[in-house]
Design a protein around this ligand. Structure first.
Ligand code: GLU
Length: 195
């Protein structure tokens, strides 16, 4: 099932993502992870097991940012492991995903032939490489996500950020839930209302 959450706004994104994931943990507890932009750098923290494993991993680290995405996983493709934990990354692109990409093997073969190197066994990772492919062709993040989802068959809700566009979180869905929350100068995406 999986839970995804995303935030852009004035508050520190790290506790916002962790709080959001706590409300979504019923959706999956094989692994948890967050990605955010801290002082221009893309930061990823992922951990196998329940969210508290991720919380202990980041405890005491000075992490901050104003944009990020998070995920709690219920594995469908690839065993529960740190390499298979979301967020997944290709270049400057980071993705969290809820759902199943039915044509991922076909897409993976195509991307490997183009020279992409895969770091996980998930279906999700094809989404990052596809988006990265279109960003490298000159499309902005929104356009690249539109191009990539045009090639997907299956069900998805995704949250995407790009290190090179630190003022945007893109969400897209087809067949999996994703809601948008509007605050005062802040925006949220999440798989479910409590988050
Ligand atoms: N198919 C993705 C994975 O296995 C997402 C899983 C899900 O939404 O349950 O990592």
């Amino acid at each position: 099932m999986c839970g995804i959450v995303g935030y852009i706004g004035k508050d520190n994104v790290v506790p916002v993502l962790i709080e959001g994931l706590k409300k979504l943990e019923y959706r999956g507890y094989d692994s948890a992870g967050i990605a955010f932009i801290q002082d221009g750098d893309l930061m990823l923290r992922r951990s196998v097991g329940k969210l508290r494993e991720l919380e202990s991993q980041i405890a005491g680290q000075a992490l901050h940012g104003n944009i990020g995405i998070g995920h709690t996983r219920w594995a469908t493709h690839g065993r529960p492991s740190e390499d298979n934990a979301h967020p997944h990354r290709a270049g400057d692109i980071v993705v969290v995903h809820n759902g199943i990409i039915e044509n991922y093997l076909h897409l993976k073969r195509e991307l490997v032939d183009e020279g992409c190197v895969f770091a996980s066994e998930t279906d999700t990772e094809v989404i990052c490489h596809l988006i990265n492919r279109y960003v490298k062709k000159g499309q902005d993040l929104e356009m690249a996500v539109r191009s990539a989802i045009g090639e997907l068959k299956g069900a998805y809700a995704i949250g995407v950020i790009n290190k090179a566009e630190p003022d945007k979180v893109i969400g897209a869905r087809d067949g999996s839930p994703l809601i948008v929350g509007l605050g005062a100068g802040e925006f949220f995406i999440a798989s479910d209302v409590p988050a």
